[in-house]
Design a binder for this molecule. Structure first.
Ligand SMILES: [Zn+2]
Ligand SMILES: [Zn+2]
Length: 362
């Protein structure tokens, strides 16, 4: 296939073109047919152009090609003279559109990572506040190697991946410019040095996971989903960077009786038919134990009675509290004793005599 190609024709130049003319022609053609060019890009043509340029820009190859054609090139350099990997293209390209881009990745001190811990607590613990001990496993500097990653007594040597430069260069093609990416060397994290013998306790990672118990004081009034922060209690930083923070996310368990809406505590209270009619004092559960509640006579189902100051406290301020709101449900008795039945029958008779049409009584 390559044998039939006329490299001068491909680049659109004369047989006696100068080096400068070859470069210029290649640049024009490459821009036109580069695969990144959405209008005229063509990968096949682009490869051909690169092949032509690779041969004609090399005086030795050009001379052999001029005298013996592609067959001569093949016998002089082997079939591989026609292979052009992307890396080769990149090198060619960088001659023209050379640009260097340094990635912003820092190689200096790194802040430690934050730790999130989900803590489930009881409803009353959230209202009153509580103390909990939690166990976290953050990364901390290895004690054996003092956070260096090197086996005690062993030395540092130049990183082989980057020859001690601490950075790696990568060239990539882009139609509008050749970009050389410089990023921190992953082998040495940008330091340029690696340890001769890694610390055996941390496998050279300089940090280890350690179990740590932390006493967490949960303030009163904390609500479901609240996020408490302990600065500096997260993972240790790297290369002298500051530690991260510890976040404890509160998950409040549901309570059988109490529900919370902002600073108010909601409770449903069933009352008897007769209490509803007559009114009087009943005992109602609160987060501080049972408390009396005065029922007005004639209270209706669905009425909401307020018990001031018995709601949830403001966060970390036990003195300022919301209210408890009592939703009244009147329960119609379903099982009657003989005595109750007698009394209800009397009541029904009286109501029948009153003939209240609202109840369908005539
Ligand atoms: Zn170590
Ligand atoms: Zn390196």
């Amino acid at each position: 296939m390559a044998q039939t190609k006329d490299y001068y024709e491909i680049l659109g130049i004369q047989k006696d073109a100068t080096e400068e003319e070859i470069k210029k022609a290649f640049r024009q053609q490459a821009r036109k047919y580069h695969p990144d060019n959405k209008e005229t890009g063509n990968e096949e043509t682009f490869k051909e152009i690169n092949q032509a340029y690779e041969i004609l820009s090399d005086p030795q190859k050009r001379s052999i090609y001029d005298q013996y054609g592609t067959a001569g090139l093949k016998s002089a350099f082997g079939e591989s003279v026609f292979d052009f990997g992307f890396r080769d293209l990149s090198e060619i390209f960088s001659e023209f559109f050379g640009a260097t881009h340094r990635s912003h990745r820092s190689t200096g001190p790194e802040r430690g990572r934050d730790i999130r811990y989900d803590l489930e607590i009881e409803f009353l613990e959230a209202i009153n506040g509580c103390s909990k001990q939690i166990t976290i496993t953050p990364l901390e500097d290895c004690e054996t190697c003092k956070g260096t990653g090197a086996k005690p007594g062993s030395k540092l040597k130049n990183c082989r991946s980057c020859n001690g430069l601490g950075e790696i260069r990568m060239v990539s093609d882009s139609f509008f410019g050749q970009v050389t990416q410089i990023s921190a060397c992953p082998s040495c994290s940008g330091s340029g040095k690696i340890v001769e013998q890694p610390c055996t306790d941390c496998n050279g990672k300089a940090q280890r996971r350690v179990k740590r118990n932390v006493d967490v004081k949960v303030p009163c009034g904390v609500d479901d989903g609240a996020r408490l922060r302990w600065g500096g209690k997260g993972e240790a930083g790297k290369k002298g960077g500051p530690p991260g923070d510890l976040y404890v996310v509160i998950n409040v368990k549901e309570h059988d009786l109490f529900k919370r809406e902002g600073l108010n505590i909601i409770i449903e209270q069933k009352i008897s038919f007769s209490h509803a009619a007559l009114g009087g004092n009943i005992k109602v559960p609160t987060t501080e134990g049972e408390k009396p509640l005065a029922l007005p006579s004639g209270v209706q189902s669905g009425s909401v009675l307020k018990m001031p100051g018995l709601g949830a406290p403001k966060l970390n301020n036990a003195a300022r509290r919301g209210d408890q709101l009592v939703y009244i449900t009147i329960e119609t008795p379903s099982k009657l004793t003989a005595e109750e039945r007698k009394i209800f029958e009397q009541l029904a008779k009286i109501q029948q005599e009153k003939g209240d049409k609202k109840f369908g009584i005539f």
